[in-house]
Design a protein around this ligand. Structure first.
Ligand code: ADP
Ligand code: ZN
Length: 435
């Protein structure tokens, strides 16, 4: 059943039982391995381990397949991992990365359609219908958050406003004039926009029709979700994806907002100990590893996402059987080592967002020999106390951070709106250490 007003986009697939789902995965996995025999990089690995598609007999056999890493994608740039003829490629996306060559990902016509389908499922499970007006505030272009989400929303039948990141004035105008009900936005921009409305004296509950936001592309905490929901008067759903696996629509929250369902008919999900490569148990945090089993142009086997999460065991109240993962707590390569202590930026964010006097934008600066400064904006309602109160608040923040991190950073409270805002993903850490 494919219907724009039902709770499910594709009920039959979304509620397959475990055995059916695993059988489907296994079939698709064999087909994918067969397809990848055409790709020299994978063919060499299959030969080395004498692996044939028919050898894959149970769900666990995925562990016989090699991992693929971001470095492999870069080494095979621009098109050595392409599994179809050039004529079958309809679209290129790249994943920015920070240094060196980008990762190039190709899509066939069917790949694009499937990606849109998975996003349509996700929209549907959060109650979005064709009557919604969807404003996509993510960058269009090589980044999948623009075009892919756009195609998904069109599949649902929403009216799509491809605003891109644009200025806040323009976003607001579009929202007011065309009755936007759903947005797709990064957490950092959602905050920025909430501040912008507050400064203009606009109450989104009264003068906007917004009801939902899909928030993703960068890690954020539960505290951040609550703050965005309160500031904009909306429901925020966590949306996870990566270019290597289509872009957005890999894992998405349902209305229960209790972890993200991974579309397991398309992606085989593993969570491993990044050091040993062995699976961790449900509930344990590890590195998310994904295999795209329903891709034509460029399937990837056991892709090491470097994103940290855990599998949530047990059924979901919504009736979907595809397993859920916890929100991404960071990337394994995000970890900072400061004075010998392991610190994730999300720990800092959690503390900052739990304090009402503190605003929404922050940056972590490391310099010299392990000096850490957390520069954070005050809440937009401003700080009306005396300077000595500011010093007290600074001290309080530093103490709370010390209790969480076991390292006491220097805290620098700055005026609301004074830190730079990125058009795309926020850059939270500036490491200028001389080591
Ligand atoms: P890049 O790798 O250049 O950042 P992508 O657009 O492919 O480009 O980004 C995918 C990455 O973004 C994911 O691997 C993950 O680290 C992050 N990400 C995407 N969605 C979320 C989310 N909802 N929560 C946390 N991190 C996310
Ligand atoms: Zn659910």
């Amino acid at each position: 059943m494919i219907g724009a007003n039902s709770m499910f986009w594709h009920e039959e697939i979304e509620t397959l039982n475990r055995a059916e789902l695993e059988a489907l995965q296994l079939n698709r996995l064999r087909e994918t391995v067969r397809r990848l025999e055409r790709v020299p990089f994978y063919r060499a690995k299959f030969r080395a381990s004498r692996l044939k598609p028919e050898d894959l007999k149970t769900a666990d056999d995925i562990r016989r397949l090699p991992f693929t890493t971001a470095a492999d994608l870069r080494a095979n740039y621009p098109n050595a991992l392409l599994a179809v003829g050039r004529d079958e490629v309809l679209r290129l996306h790249t994943s920015s990365g920070t240094t060196g060559k980008p990762k190039a990902l190709f899509f066939s016509r069917r790949d694009i359609d499937t990606a849109a389908e998975l996003i349509a499922r996700a929209f549907c499970m959060t109650g979005v219908t064709r009557r919604d007006v969807f404003q996509n505030m993510m960058s269009y272009g090589l980044f999948t958050g623009g075009l892919m989400m756009h195609y998904g929303a069109e599949k649902v039948g929403c009216m799509v406003i491809p605003s891109g990141p644009g200025t806040s004035e323009r976003q607001l105008l579009l929202m007011q004039d065309f009755g936007t009900t759903v947005v797709h936005v990064t957490p950092s921009y959602a905050f920025y926009f909430a501040d912008f409305l507050e400064k203009k004296g606009i109450d989104p509950r009264k003068s906007l029709t917004l009801r939902k936001a899909f928030v993703g592309a960068e890690p954020y905490t539960e505290e951040t979700r609550s703050k965005i929901e309160a500031a904009l008067g909306i429901e925020v759903y966590n949306s996870y994806g990566l270019t290597e696996m289509n872009g957005p629509g890999v894992a998405f929250e349902c209305e229960g907002k209790c972890g993200m369902h991974v579309w397991e008919d398309n992606f085989v999900l593993e969570v491993i100990d990044p050091a040993t490569g062995e699976p961790v148990s449900d509930g344990q945090t590890g590195e998310l590893v994904l295999t795209s089993v329903n891709r034509e142009a460029m399937p990837l086997l056991r892709y090491r996402t470097r994103d940290l999460t855990s599998i949530i065991a047990g059924p979901c109240a919504c009736g979907r059987t595809h397993r859920r993962i916890h929100r991404i707590s960071g990337r394994s390569d995000d970890m900072l080592i400061v004075r010998g202590v392991n610190i994730y930026p999300q720990q800092i964010e959690r503390v900052l967002m739990s304090m009402p006097q503190i605003g929404r934008n922050y940056v972590i600066q490391l310099e010299g020999l392990d000096e850490m400064t957390v520069r954070v904006e005050l809440s937009p309602s401003g700080f009306d106390g005396e300077v000595e109160h500011l010093a007290q608040l600074q001290n309080l923040v530093a103490e709370k951070l010390r209790a969480e991190l076991f390292v006491r950073p220097k805290v620098d409270l700055v005026a609301s709106g004074s830190l730079p805002v990125a058009e795309g993903k926020a850059k939270r850490v500036i490491d200028k250490r001389s080591m």
